[in-house]
Design a protein around this ligand. Structure first.
Ligand SMILES: [Zn+2]
Length: 304
């Protein structure tokens, strides 16, 4: 079964391991192929410490590597009809302090399809899930959202704090993603979504990607597996419909401290087919196909 992964920190990994020849092919493309992950996010992940120049350096590098490889870069609605490949995303905008027009133009020129205002930190745009600030969304953040929407770059709320989430929902006019978050009713992590947040995302027509990180699946180590992640998918589908459910594994096998962070059976993209098996217990074959890749392809075919 083909799979679309809405969140993989590959852009970050490529810059960090710039000195390793063919890192993209040997570390990433080989595993994506093995797991039949035919649509994959190249997330450019910024943890709150990067300057604008450093952010740009990562994105320039990622694009250069993709263009030099034999994998397709998906940019348009046509691409999601006729090709498989990778697409650019941004996780966090800590280096953006002003000139929102220039920044959104830069993202557009780098073919970014989905972007989040912050990682876990509070920055000049919004407060993340672990941020400390007396605001949710700032005026600058609201302006960035407006510009992103004008340019068909979709907003990702996976890392925002609850107050930023509700602020964002007041100003967002286009569909909103939570690319890698589960249901807080099943696992009480701040990075997971509350019921009313799930409902609000559903109302925008957006997608929620199921995250394979152990601490977002269950508090009980015995339940941190693909089966219990499929239960999050079922829970969200029961609230807002299976057409809003997707996958955003957030694989961390290629990080030095990644050991033990991923669910049993979902250690890397190479094992992604185990998720297909887990979903089959809770969904019809047609629905499994929707969650695994069709919802993502349909979304971009319709909205890009
Ligand atoms: Zn993340």
């Amino acid at each position: 079964m083909k799979i679309a992964d809405l969140h993989a920190d590959i852009g970050y990994d490529l810059l960090r391991n710039k000195q390793i020849e063919n890192r993209f092919e040997t570390e990433h493309l080989s595993k994506l192929k093995q797991g039949e992950v035919e649509y994959c996010s190249i997330a450019n992940y910024f943890d709150g410490s990067q300057t604008l120049e450093e952010m740009k350096e990562m994105m320039d590098h990622a694009l250069e590597i993709i263009e030099a490889s034999d994998v397709e870069l998906l940019k348009t609605k046509e691409d999601f009809k006729t090709k498989t490949g990778v697409f650019m995303t941004v996780e966090g905008m800590c280096g953006v302090k002003d000139h929102p027009e220039d920044w959104v133009k830069f993202m557009k020129e780098h073919h970014v399809l989905i972007a989040s205002l912050c990682w876990n930190e509070a920055n000049a745009l919004a407060k993340g899930a672990k941020g400390e600030a007396d605001y949710g969304l700032t005026a600058l953040g609201a302006r960035v959202i407006e510009l992103m929407e004008e340019n068909n770059i979709f907003l990702d709320v996976s890392h925002v704090s609850d107050d930023a989430f509700y602020d964002i929902m007041k100003v967002a006019k286009k569909p909103v993603f939570a690319t890698h978050s589960n249901a807080r009713a099943l696992c009480p992590a701040a990075r997971n979504l509350k019921d009313d947040q799930i409902d609000l995302i559903g109302k925008t027509g957006g997608l929620i990607g199921m995250n394979g990180y152990v601490n977002f699946i269950s508090e009980n180590p015995a339940c941190q597996d693909a089966d219990h992640l499929a239960q999050h998918a079922r829970y969200i589908a029961d609230r807002i419909g299976v057409q809003h459910v997707a996958l955003g594994f957030d694989f961390m096998d290629y990080f030095d401290d990644g050991e033990g962070k991923m669910a049993k059976g979902l250690q890397s993209a190479a094992c992604a087919q185990n998720m297909v098996e887990a979903l089959r217990k809770y969904f019809t074959e047609k629905e499994v196909e929707m969650i695994c890749y069709q919802n993502v392809c349909n979304f971009f075919q319709k909205n890009l």
